[in-house]
Design a protein around this ligand. Sequence first.
Ligand SMILES: [Zn+2]
Length: 302
Amino acid sequence: MFRALHNQARLVLKIRPVSPVLIKSAGSGLDPTRPEMEFVTIHTELGRVEYLPGSTLKGVMRSFTERLLLGLGKKVCDPLEKKSLCAEREHRSYSRQCDVCKLFGSPNLAGRLRVVDGLPWRVDAPDEERQAGRAELKREIRANVAIDRASGASSSKGLFDMDVLVGGALYPELSLRNYQLWQLALTWLALKELDTGFLQIGGGKSRGLGRVSCEVTLLEIRQIGSLANPDEVRGVGAVTGESLRQYRLGDPDRSPLPEGVARFSDGPLSEGRYVGEAARSVLAATLASEPWRRFVEGGGAQ
Ligand SMILES: [Zn+2]
């Protein structure tokens, strides 16, 4: 179904390993001459490079969000369960989905959030920067002792090698389309959770693997038509006219831009581009916004 574009946000991330990171490639363990747990790579014009699959990052963010919303007393579905509420036909409309599926998607509905694979360079980086990013990546082979699950003792035959990432940076991108402000706030919260180390990526988390730093290097926001405004960040809850019926939200889904950052451009298509501290400031303001407060206090589905 064609759907009008009301707002859009793009976040370029820079993710660096703090402790060794292991994102296991699907085929690893099959070739006896290679490490049993091999880091995932992808073919690019510069040859094979290590990368962070968008699905891995999205999965980590989704599971954090599920736990958080359950803690807030909201009902969320289990995506692994076939008979989940959001997979039922009669729950096909946006407003009938649980809050996790609204953001991340369900069998019935594409989510608002898309996560693009993180390569060792920014999407539009020139060649030199790509070469440099690739050269900066550092992998190490770590021997690891398997723990016998039954006895808890280390098992002699269970020694295996792990191929981990210990240096360099990966640059995944997030994009949100037709989002409500609480969804931008939740996305920011999940990224902060990664950066502080409470949330880890990949395998071996219980052994301390997978801690990363996560920086938003660039934030671009576009607001179109009834959401265009130079001074406010606006979500689809605030759309007026024809689209209002489609979302059935009619919510004051708006929040002032924080002090000290550039206003959005004026006109029917308002845009803002923020790097570094300004990007963090705009995102942090969503957590202080009224729409976020209502979302947190609202209990059930919004
Ligand atoms: Zn759901």
